[in-house]
Design a protein around this ligand. Structure first.
Ligand SMILES: [Zn+2]
Length: 437
């Protein structure tokens, strides 16, 4: 036995998956103990029966010296007394396999399955004097087989990446359908910090209950689930009506008709909290070892489903971020190429402008002009005037090379003035020029 599977107390250790799960499965399939009863006479008087027999039919009916039909009135309608009569009459034994029987009546009735034999007992003369009943209850095996088939289907669903809510919902319904007693399943999901529990799946709990529970904090004394999440170990509340963990939720649970709640934390492989798996009951109940095994098996299944879901979300997130990074990079490259092209353009344009300015300055050098630059603004400029610039509105000024360049680059429609250019005036009211071929 491993340390992980051996201790259920105060451990947040991840379970050693294979071994612990196998043990849980063994518990789920149960150990079958033979039931035995010795019946006498044509009324099938119960002479003797072993403890397993009384455990199977209910301890409150552990009596001998009464006819079987009186001890278990439910048998007659199901044909079992008629079968006994037949064996008693014919002396032929009868064997049944996996026979369904409803034990008890009313709210305490339970469905069970048995392999059994009715064996006639004879006296020294060979006359049938009674019947020996030997049986093995197969209910647990039958339920466990059905449960494991569902479990396998869930694992397949997880493997093909079905949506998490679908997997958890299916899991809750399968446990509810197969449990021998009425049980309501709830799965809560821990937030990233493990501080709160969010609605996961609870197909049979009333909506008002799910809404009230959605977002509860994890912590000591916060119902069964908040406490189980906080402790990292199962919390069994057998009676919500009296348990202090439920002080804040008692009224709510009462309104939802809930009387017991066993909660098992859902832990990741690294031991971190993924959520809780809870089984609610309509009446106060303490779990059997097989109930706890069932909870562990399905908490493990839920862990698998949730971890796969997280992995998938992380993968999609990484993909989105990689996509965004690729788009950013492409954009940066485009912008850089544009900047470089602009800079090259500007350099070419600046060289051309400088060339034109030099040529104009040479041309204008002979023209009378002010001695100093007129474009220095309020501070003035002491540099020699080299170039005449003008704008489209008719203003003109002489500037040094730098100021002239600044004006040409920054003032809209500034141009290098040429003494030959007379502006628009020359074109206003002019006579049409004779066409020359
Ligand atoms: Zn200047």
């Amino acid at each position: 036995m491993t340390a992980a599977s051996g201790s259920r107390q105060g451990t947040a250790l991840p379970r050693v998956a294979g071994q612990a799960a196998e043990e849980d499965l063994r518990v789920l399939f149960g150990q079958s103990i033979a039931v035995f009863a010795s019946l006498a006479g044509p009324v099938h008087l119960v002479e003797a029966a072993n403890p397993a027999f009384f455990a199977a039919i209910g301890e409150d009916r552990a009596r001998t010296g009464v006819p079987l039909a009186e001890l278990m009135p439910e048998l007659a309608d199901q044909g079992f007394i008629a079968l006994l009569d037949q064996v008693h009459r014919t002396g032929e034994p009868y064997t049944g396999r996996d026979v369904r029987i409803v034990l008890g009546a009313g709210p305490h009735a339970r469905e069970a399955f048995f392999d059994f034999t009715y064996e006639p007992r004879r006296d020294e003369a060979g006359e049938v004097v009674g019947i020996t009943v030997i049986g093995v209850e197969t209910t647990q095996v039958k339920h466990a087989q059905l449960l494991m088939a569902e479990h396998r289907a869930l694992l397949e669903q997880i493997a093909r990446q079905a949506p998490l809510s679908e997997v958890l919902d299916g899991m809750a319904r399968c446990i509810e359908d197969l449990a021998p007693q009425e049980v309501l399943v709830s799965v809560l999901l821990a937030d990233a910090e493990g501080r709160h529990l969010l609605h996961g799946a609870a197909p049979s709990l009333p909506a008002f209950y799910n809404e009230a529970i959605d977002g509860i904090a994890t912590g000591e004394g916060v119902g069964s689930c908040g406490t189980a999440a906080h402790r990292g170990e199962p919390v069994v509340v057998t009676d919500i009506g009296t348990d202090p963990f439920w002080d804040d939720f008692r009224e709510l649970a009462d309104r939802a008709g809930l009387a017991a709640c066993w909660s098992t934390p859902i832990l990741a492989r690294d031991g971190s909290l993924l959520g809780t798996f809870a089984m609610y009951h309509r009446v106060p109940r303490a779990p059997q070892e097989s109930d706890l095994a069932l909870a562990r098996v399905f908490a493990g299944t839920a862990a698998l489903a949730i971890e796969r879901h997280h992995d998938e979300l992380a993968r999609r997130d990484a993909e989105t971020r990689a996509e965004a990074a690729r788009a950013d990079l492409a954009e940066a490259v485009r912008a850089e190429q544009k900047l470089r092209a602009d800079a090259e353009h500007r350099a070419v344009a600046a060289a051309e402008l400088a060339e034109r300015m030099r040529a104009a300055a040479t041309e204008q050098a002979a023209v009378p002009h002010p001695e100093h630059c007129q474009l220095g603004g309020a501070d003035g400029c002491a540099a020699p005037a080299e170039l005449k610039v003008a704008d489209a509105w008719g203003d003109a000024a002489w500037g040094c090379h730098d100021h002239a360049e600044e004006a040409l680059l920054n003032v809209r429609s500034a141009f290098i003035a040429s003494e030959e250019l007379g502006g628009l005036a020359a074109y206003v009211n002019r006579r049409p020029a004779p066409r020359t071929g």
